[in-house]
Design a protein around this ligand. Structure first.
Ligand code: UDX
Length: 438
């Protein structure tokens, strides 16, 4: 392995911090650059600015080795051979497209410091065509350097595992030399038998959004089936299990409920539609509009069940919301379906109290007017209805008998189809779940 290669990572958020720590653990010297001095200070102390199982320990360990350093100073990348661009590409404020400000400025910031033969490697999720445009820019401002694209498929909650033992490595390159450099970086992972896929720049960019679109489609498909099950008196959990045994379909990502959220799937499918329209291929991705609509409708369906159970006027009711993050084992509340539902119920006048094992502070930052509680039993006390919206393990371990003595009325809605319905019903609860007939 050529561990004598030096790497830089530009943007030390979720993706960048993970990539930097993991590359250091493979033996490389890594310099991470971020414009946020607070984040850089924390990371330099070996502390993670967000929650991700396993990454905290890895980061602390790698900082101690001295191989991993963080700075706000872009000139620190001057000695590096390979530069991973890991900055965010959020949805733009005025439309569906991705905002590329950070990607463009990251490349512009490092350009003056790139040495002869340096390789810039984009990892951010970008609209197809971005890499080619950046390459053309680089040819003008830093002709000594080259550019490749290497999409990242990591899931929050499994970030370290997905980086060090991914199910494939995809590299978009314009020549053999760029591919060879990336092979040198990833050799220990290739040696594990990880499939290696060489593509051109546009295909590599497309692989990422295609994968996320497929996953989003799978979730919205099962949520559409949930709607039909409700109308027809069926049970979507049994339906999902039954179709999932067909290996062509597969049983993963068929969990019906309040749908997908987070920093990737929603914005990626929207940006993909916007880009397709620019390319004159709007019709090809028209179905993603429906995927988005089904997903957002799931949130509304939960609110309808709440109104049905309580009343159209929610002002007299206390609702305990279990879960604020977009999925368990994360503190990420970006586009969280759980939090969105809580906000809507609060806006409708209900007294909403939200619990989450890790997401309270990030959620409070976004919605300071909402009420949060660190003690789950305290939150539940005196409630007229419980909403289970993020499937943290600790919610599955709640004892419905004990909880039954704390609430005003025993009504629970399982927005994730993750609780044991019989257990709750046997303890005298009125139990509703999306896609399952009572
Ligand atoms: C996703 C992709 O999985 C990952 O490959 C990509 O790199 C980034 O985007 P992540 O955002 O971490 O990862 O979340 P993921 O595990 O995909 O879940 C997305 C959302 O879908 C969550 O809100 C989750 O609750 C929801 N979901 C997932 C369902 O509603 N049902 C399912 O069956 C699976």
């Amino acid at each position: 392995m050529s561990t004598n290669l030096t790497l830089s990572v530009i943007g030390c958020g979720y993706l960048g911090a993970t990539h930097a720590a993991c590359m250091s653990s493979l033996g490389f010297n890594v310099i991470g650059v971020d414009t946020d001095p607070e984040k850089v200070e924390m990371l330099s102390r070996g502390e993670l600015p967000f929650y991700e199982p396993g990454l905290d320990t890895l980061l602390a360990q790698e900082i101690k080795t001295g191989r991993l350093n963080f700075t706000t100073d872009f000139s620190a990348v001057a000695g590096a051979d390979v530069h991973f661009v890991c900055v965010g590409t959020p949805q733009s404020k005025d439309g569906l497209a991705a905002d590329l400000t950070y990607v463009k400025s990251a490349v512009a910031e490092i350009a003056p410091f790139l040495k002869e033969g340096a390789l810039v490697v984009g990892k951010s999720t970008v609209p197809v065509g971005t890499a080619q445009a950046l390459l053309e820019l680089l040819v003008k401002i830093a002709p000594q350097a080259d550019l490749a694209w290497n999409p990242e498929f990591l899931r929050e909650g499994f970030a370290v595992e997905d980086t060090l033992t991914p199910n494939r490595l995809v590299v978009g390159v314009a020549n053999d030399r760029a591919e060879q450099i990336l092979k040198d970086v990833y050799q220990p992972i290739i040696d594990l038998g990880t499939p290696w896929i060489r593509a051109d720049l546009p295909t590599a960019e497309l692989v990422k959004v295609a994968a996320n679109s497929f996953l989003a489609t799978k979730i919205s498909f099962i949520n559409a089936m949930a709607e039909v099950c409700e109308a027809a008196g069926g049970d979507v959990t049994i339906l999902a299990k039954a179709i999932g045994y067909d290996p062509r379909i597969g049983n993963r990502f068929l969990q019906a409920g309040i749908g997908f959220g987070g920093g990737c799937l929603p914005k990626d499918i929207r940006a993909f539609m916007a880009r397709a329209e620019e390319l004159g291929a709007k019709q090809a991705l028209e179905f993603l509009r429906e995927i988005d609509a089904i997903n957002l409708r799931a949130r509304q369906r939960v609110i309808d069940v709440v109104r049905n159970d309580l009343s159209e006027d929610l002002t007299q009711y206390k609702i305990a919301v279990l879960g604020a993050t977009f999925k368990p084992d994360s503190d990420d509340v970006r586009d969280s379906p759980a939090l969105d539902i809580a906000v809507q119920l609060h806006a409708a006048g209900a007294h909403v109290v939200i619990h989450d094992p890790k997401g309270i502070e990030p959620a409070r930052k976004r919605f300071p007017n909402l009420t949060f509680g660190h003690d789950v039993l305290e939150c539940i006390k005196g409630s007229d209805l419980i909403l289970h919206l993020t499937e943290w393990k600790e919610y599955r371990e709640l004892d419905p008998k004990i909880i039954g003595d704390l609430v005003k009325s025993k009504i629970i809605i399982d927005g994730r189809n993750a609780l044991d319905r019989e257990l709750w019903r046997n303890a005298g609860w009125k139990f509703h779940a999306l896609g399952r007939t009572d």
